[in-house]
Design a protein around this ligand. Sequence first.
Ligand code: CMC
Length: 431
Amino acid sequence: MSDRKATLTFSDTGKSIELPIHSGTEGPDTVDITSLYAQGKVFTFDPGFVSTASCNSSITYIDGNEGVLRYRGYPIEQLAEKSSFIEVAYLLLYGELPSKTELDDFNSVITRHTMINESLLRFFEGFHYDAHPMAMMVGVVGSLSAFYHDSTDISDPRHREISAHRLIAKLPTIAAACYKHNVGEPVMYPRNDLSYTGNFLQMMFSTPCEDYEVDPLAERAMDLLFILHADHEQNASTSTVRLAGSSGANPFACIAAGTASLWGPAHGGANEAVLDMLEQIGDVKNIDKYLAKAKDKDDPFRLMGFGHRVYKNYDPRAKIIREVCYQVLEKLADTNNPLFELAMRLEELASKDDYFLEKKLYPNVDFYSGIIYRALGIPDSMFTVMFAIARTAGWVSHWMEMLDDPKHRIGRPRQLYQGAGKRDYLPVDQR
Ligand code: CMC
């Protein structure tokens, strides 16, 4: 910790407060304001946490200007090329890449936790056939806490670890059951001879009537998307998991809270919006018209899947997934579906357009992820569910990191109150 300090001076009283400055391994320094209220009787005001570091973390590092994303120090490009989602989940959770034995053991533990309690399956009967899969996910993931009492003592590190394993393992099973409920097919049980991603594809697309073979390209594309979506530091859903967990809530309830936060269109719902937009454009001949609409300041239309709040040069995840998107479209997509040709033409034209170049608006990861999922036959309503499966690895890692920190406290933001001053209650006949 350095001796650097920031001084805050009040213009009315002239009083000054010295605040320590902390440096991370990388990224901007932080001014430590924990003593500010005690010293100056003021709060800070930062809606949306634009300038606030909410915690210490050693999991993920992002540099939006340089297009950098690293998990535990490892560049996302290297992990995408050489690793697997299950190895990345281990890395996020434990901080180091596993040895061969550690990886085999982890894989085996996760594989053996993939079944869900049979009674949980009966929950689905209570949902209407067209229930949104995210609505079912939020409910069923939260209800896991009613079943696994043997791992909900959050003061016990081993309980925490078992819960983390259970969540990573069971999310794909619950997700596939949501899909089967929507399409009215029997739920397919996990198969221990398949990889994490292969097993998920099997639970989604196989039926009891015939053998199912996992397509290696579909498996690789989905595993890659799971790697790219596994963590993204203190985003809305991860912060939700941390805040819920800070009160001592059980891990299943915390991940259900994170799932709810992810559901919003400003967060996990963007890839679904890309497909909606492509359908709205409808035909290659309409692209110019829609590009003009996106550039028109008076038109609310935006090109979905372009631009990013943090990545201002390019989204490193998009660069990685673009190539696989082309392969999936070439080999697996329905070639008669004009939507895919439209998507690729839109990408080409927008990427050459001066407006998008000047504003540094490049396709983001969700431009491609939605297209890949559609090509793999996953319905749009399941896109955010895919995101939740992958992000569970990040959520449980952040939850464990927070609880492992002996100094962690309940999250309790303050506010700038702007409501009515004190007033007296009037009986209803006098109002
Ligand atoms: N289409 C047309 N113009 C755009 C777009 C777009 N997609 N994105 C930004 N702009 C313009 C915007 O109008 C503004 O113009 P001006 O300077 O003339 O006012 C300028 O570019 C800067 O945009 P901004 O609104 O200040 O940027 P932001 O950081 O607030 O917004 C964003 C980031 C992702 C919300 C936005 O780019 C957007 O709405 N993109 C489409 C939605 C999308 O694809 N979201 C998924 C993000 S990736 C998922 C994840 O990582 O969680």
